[in-house]
Design a protein around this ligand. Structure first.
Ligand code: MN
Length: 497
C-alpha cells in the first residue's frame, strides 16, 4: 500500500497588478487569472490542486498572501503571473518573507495578437511582456530561488513544465517533515555514505536518527503465524515463486522468515512515522536474513531506502518516489555495479546485493532464495528481474563537508544482450549519456556516490526544479556533456557555493 502523498497538495496561483488600471481592468485580470488557474488545475500534467487567489495590487496584501502561503501546510508552492504591470517594489516585502517554492509563469491571456483590432485598451490589459520583466528583475535582485516558465498557458509543454515543478515542490514539502530511520549505522570505513545529518536537516528538512537492531527485532518477533501465512499468499499471487519456496518446499521456512521480517520492519516504520530507512549487512543482530524481499516491497510502497547506512540515498529515493507518484515507470535505489567495457557502446550493469525496487521490473518478478556470500546470515529471499529498455536518470546527493552536491546522469536502459541465468539479483543495464567514458569520468570528478537513485519515471527537469528549491548544486551529465566543460563547471561551482 502506497505511503505517499497522504496530505492534499495545493499550489497557490497569484496574479500581480496595480490600482492604476481601475476596477474594470482589475475585474478582467481576476477573471482571466481564474481561467488560467482552472486550466492548470484540470491539467493531467499538474498533480496538485491549483488554487486561484484574488488579484494582488499592493505591498500589504502581497506580503499577507505570501505569509499565509508560508503558514499553510497544504500549500507546496506559488505560481505567480504578471498579467499587467505590477511595480515590483511592492513585491519586496512579500518575496523577502517567501519560504515556499516559486514558479514565475510568464504567459499571456490570449495566445494570438488581434492584429486588426488591437487598440490601447488591449495594450493596457495584456502587459505580461513587460510586467513579467519587472517581476523577474526584483526576483533576480533578491536572489529568490524560482523556475521561470515561458509560453501560452494552454500549451501542453507549458503545463508539463508547471507539472514537473509541482512534483518537485511536493517532494520538497514531504522532505521538510520526513523522518529516516538509520538502522544499525554505517558500513564500516565507507566514506560516501557518511555525512552531516545536522546540515542535512537544516538544508533539506529531513531528520535522520539512529536505531538499534533490537528496536526492529521487537516488531519482527511480534509477527503472528496468521499474518505470515497471509503475506506468503500475497507473495505467491504477485511473484513467480521458486518451487523450493512454496508451501511444502525445502526452503519454505526462508520465505516465512522474509515475511516475518517484512511485517516487523513495516510495523517499526509505521510506529515511528518513518518514510525511509537504511540498514547494513554488517549489523543485523537478531535478524536471520538481510532484508531483501522486505526492503524491495517497502520501496515499492514508497519508502526511501539506502543500503549500508546510506541515509542520503534513502532521503533522495524517498523524494524521487514522491515526485514520481502516479507517473509511468519505476524508481529504485541502485548501485553502479559492473561494466561491459568490451561492448559497443560500453555499458553499466546496475544492481545491488538484493535491494532493487520491483517498480522497475519489466515483467513479473521471480522470487528466489540464494546465499549472499557476505554478512554471515541465512540465505535471503529476493525478487529477481530486469528493468525495461528506455530513458532513465541516475541521481545522487553527496556531502562535500561544507555543502551538498547533487549529481545526475541521463542514461539509456537497454535489454541485457544475453540472458543472465546465473545472476540471482534484480538488475538494469544502461548506456550512460553521452558515453560511459565521459559519464563515469564526470561522475567521479564530481565525487558522486556509487548509490544513485535510478528512475524511469522522472527526468532531469524534475531534479533541476528540486535542486533549485533546496538550494543545492546540481551537476548534470547528459548527451551534451564535454568533460573539459564539466571540470570547469565544477571549479566554478566550488567558487560560487
Ligand atoms: Mn551498496
Amino acid at each position: 500500500m502506497s505511503v505517499i502523498n497522504a496530505k492534499p497538495a495545493e499550489v497557490w496561483f497569484i496574479v500581480g497588478s496595480q490600482h492604476l488600471y481601475g476596477p474594470e481592468a482589475l475585474r478582467q485580470v481576476d477573471e482571466h487569472a481564474k481561467e488560467v488557474a482552472a486550466a492548470l488545475d484540470s491539467s493531467d500534467a499538474v498533480p496538485a490542486k491549483v488554487k486561484w487567489l484574488p488579484v494582488l495590487t499592493g505591498p500589504d496584501e502581497i506580503r499577507k498572501t505570501i505569509l499565509a502561503a508560508n503558514a499553510d501546510p497544504n500549500c507546496v508552492g506559488l505560481v505567480a503571473w504578471m498579467h499587467t504591470f505590477s511595480p515590483a517594489k511592492m513585491w519586496i516585502g512579500g518575496l523577502t518573507a517567501l519560504d515556499k517554492p516559486l514558479l514565475h509563469l510568464h504567459t499571456q491571456y490570449g495566445a494570438a495578437l488581434p492584429w486588426s483590432t488591437i487598440d490601447m485598451d488591449f495594450m493596457n490589459l495584456h502587459q505580461s511582456a513587460h510586467g513579467g520583466r519587472e517581476f523577474g528583475h526584483i526576483c533576480a535582485r533578491l536572489n529568490v530561488p524560482r523556475k521561470v516558465v515561458v509560453g501560452h498557458w494552454q500549451n501542453a509543454d507549458v503545463q508539463a513544465q508547471v507539472g514537473a515543478w509541482t512534483r518537485a515542490a511536493m517532494a520538497r514539502a514531504d522532505l521538510r517533515s520526513a523522518k529516516i530511520a538509520r538502522i544499525g549505522d554505517n558500513m564500516r570505513e565507507v566514506a560516501v555514505t557518511e555525512g552531516d545529518k545536522v546540515s542535512a536537516q537544516i538544508a533539506l528538512g529531513v531528520s535522520v536518527n539512529g536505531y538499534g537492531l533490537g528496536d526492529v527485532v521487537k516488531f519482527v518477533n511480534e509477527a503472528s503465524d496468521a499474518e505470515i501465512d497471509k503475506l506468503c499468499g500475497v507473495y505467491d499471487d504477485a511473484y513467480e515463486l521458486a518451487a523450493e519456496l512454496r508451501s511444502g518446499g525445502a526452503k519454505h521456512e526462508s520465505l516465512r522468515e522474509a515475511a516475518r521480517i517484512e511485517i516487523g520492519l513495516r510495523a517499526f516504520l509505521q510506529d515511528g512515522g518513518f518514510v525511509g530507512f537504511t540498514d547494513t549487512f554488517e549489523n543485523l543482530h537478531g535478524l536471520r536474513q538481510l532484508p531483501g524481499l522486505p526492503t524491495q516491497r517497502l520501496m515499492a510502497d514508497g519508502y526511501g531506502f539506502g543500503a549500508e547506512g546510506d541515509w542520503k540515498a534513502a532521503a533522495l529515493t524517498r523524494a524521487a518516489k514522491v515526485m514520481a507518484d502516479g507517473l509511468p515507470g519505476g524508481t529504485s535505489f541502485m548501485e553502479d555495479y559492473t561494466y561491459d567495457m568490451a561492448g559497443d557502446p560500453m555499458q553499466c550493469l546496475g544492481a545491488h546485493m538484493l535491494e532493487i525496487c520491483p517498480t522497475i521490473a519489466a515483467g513479473r518478478p521471480s522470487c528466489e532464495v540464494h546465499p549472499l556470500g557476505i554478512g554471515g546470515k541465512e540465505d535471503p529471499v529476493r525478487l529477481v528481474f530486469d528493468a525495461p529498455a528506455g530513458p532513465a536518470v541516475n541521481v545522487t546527493i553527496v556531502d562535500l563537508g561544507h555543502r551538498f552536491r547533487m549529481v545526475l546522469n541521463e542514461v539509456e536502459v537497454a535489454a541485457p544482450p544475453e540472458p543472465l541465468p546465473k545472476l540471482p539479483v534484480a538488475r538494469a543495464v544502461w548506456q550512460p549519456l553521452p558515453d560511459l567514458a565521459t559519464a563515469a569520468a564526470g561522475w567521479i570528478y564530481a565525487g558522486g556516490s556509487h548509490h544513485p537513485t535510478f528512475s524511469q519515471a522522472l527526468s532531469t527537469e524534475h531534479f533541476e526544479d528540486f535542486a533549485e528549491m533546496i538550494d543545492c548544486e546540481l551537476v548534470v551529465i547528459d548527451g551534451d556533456t564535454r568533460l573539459r566543460n564539466l571540470r570547469r563547471e565544477l571549479r566554478q561551482d566550488n567558487a560560487a557555493f
